[in-house]
Design a protein around this ligand. Structure first.
Ligand SMILES: Cc1cc2nc3c(=O)[nH]c(=O)nc-3n(C[C@H](O)[C@H](O)[C@H](O)COP(=O)(O)OP(=O)(O)OC[C@H]3O[C@@H](n4cnc5c(N)ncnc54)[C@H](O)[C@@H]3O)c2cc1C
Length: 318
């Protein structure tokens, strides 16, 4: 690991100011993602700003960005009003990682693409040309089936699709002030060359908290995933879905898929087509995967995603 200066901030405002001054500094919350990237020398910042001392763990009304995944999984309020978010947090990673990994870090975690994670390869995200994952002999198993222009990595956050399905928003803090974004707007499918993540956050900007509003849609939400090891693993594919049904007709629907695109994949056209009709899980599931463009090594993900969408919608109150 390359040496760096380490700064500890007691609150998020001073962290955003430190980040603005220390151009190119990395942020460490729980560190479960960042430390791997530093050890692998994929990121080599001169400065690291730690949020470890920030005391902010609210999990009611809003989720603090510093709340751990376990804080979210333990919250009765989240479980009752946002079942998709509760399941997504409770099923992520291992107990050890859930105890230190934070909400903000989970939303901002880097791609798990094996080529991005290996400093012997270059790609669009590291400032290079092309995508090693598109090589015909590449290892495609865990890559995207809905592609970006330059990137076919899969976004593996459990929380992002679940929070999008329940209509959550992120409060983002910058030295110039605070702004509020729908969770989906935190992500950019086609970032600039050399940008190591798919985030729309500006330099120095941090997620302060995630706002959750209990609604009929959010209460009728679900998160399902397929992973290879049941003990712990990243999802091969995941689906967060939510519907508000009245008088047998869908009034509102959200279907957000994880681990199938470089950012959480929201099936907006399918959601729109469901409005005003009876819930038809099989039809919606077929429509979600209709535009999939799998790689040679991950065609199985299309089948898995279709089954997950159907299973998720069948698990909701119609
Ligand atoms: C073995 C293993 C298994 C895992 N399995 C899963 C899984 O099944 N599902 C899943 O979703 N994840 C999984 N993860 C990833 C893990 O959940 C996330 O790494 C964790 O939630 C990240 O939180 P953190 O606080 O440790 O982030 P950090 O490592 O501290 O930060 C990660 C990134 O987020 C940025 N960041 C952190 N906080 C903020 C903030 N408030 N505002 C803006 N940017 C911020 C940092 O700058 C950094 O770039 C796994 C990780 C490992 C190592």
């Amino acid at each position: 690991m390359k040496g760096f200066s380490y700064y500890t901030c007691a609150d998020l405002s001073s962290a955003t100011r430190a980040l603005q001054e220390l151009k190119g500094a990395a942020v460490k919350a729980g560190g479960t993602d960042l430390m791997d990237l530093l050890k692998e020398r994929r990121l080599e910042p001169t400065d690291v700003v730690s949020l470890h001392a920030v005391k902010q763990v609210a999990v009611k009304g809003e989720l603090s960005a510093l709340a751990t995944l376990q804080d979210v999984a333990d919250s009765a309020w989240v479980k009752e009003n946002f079942p998709a978010v509760h399941t997504a947090a409770a099923e992520a990673a291992t107990p050890q990682i859930r105890n230190v990994g934070t909400v903000g870090g989970n939303l901002c975690q880097h791609s798990r693409c094996v080529y991005f994670r290996n400093r012997n390869f270059d790609c669009h995200a590291t400032g290079g040309e092309g995508c090693p994952a598109l090589d015909e002999n590449a290892f495609h198993r865990y890559h995207a089936i809905f592609r970006g222009t330059h990137c076919v990595s899969a976004h593996t956050s459990n929380l992002a699709p679940a929070l999008m399905a329940v209509g959550a928003q992120a409060h983002c803090l910058h030295p110039d002030g605070e702004r509020t974004l729908d969770i989906g707007l935190l992500y950019d499918l086609n970032p600039a060359q050399g940008k190591p993540n798919h985030l729309t956050l500006r330099p120095g900007e941090l997620i302060r908290a995630v706002q959750l509003k209990p609604t009929p849609l959010a209460r009728n939400s679900i998160y399902v995933e397929f992973r290879e090891r049941q003990s712990f693993d990243f999802a091969v594919a995941s689906v967060a879905a939510a519907v508000h049904v009245e008088g047998g007709k869908v009034r509102q629907a959200r279907i957000v898929c994880g681990a199938v695109a470089p950012i959480p994949y929201r099936a907006r056209a399918v959601e729109d087509a469901m409005i005003g009709k009876a819930l038809d899980p099989a039809k919606a599931a077929a429509a979600v995967v209709a535009d999939a463009q799998p790689l040679a090594g991950n065609q199985f993900k299309v089948v898995i995603l279709k089954r997950l969408v159907q299973r998720a919608l069948e698990g909701l109150k119609a």
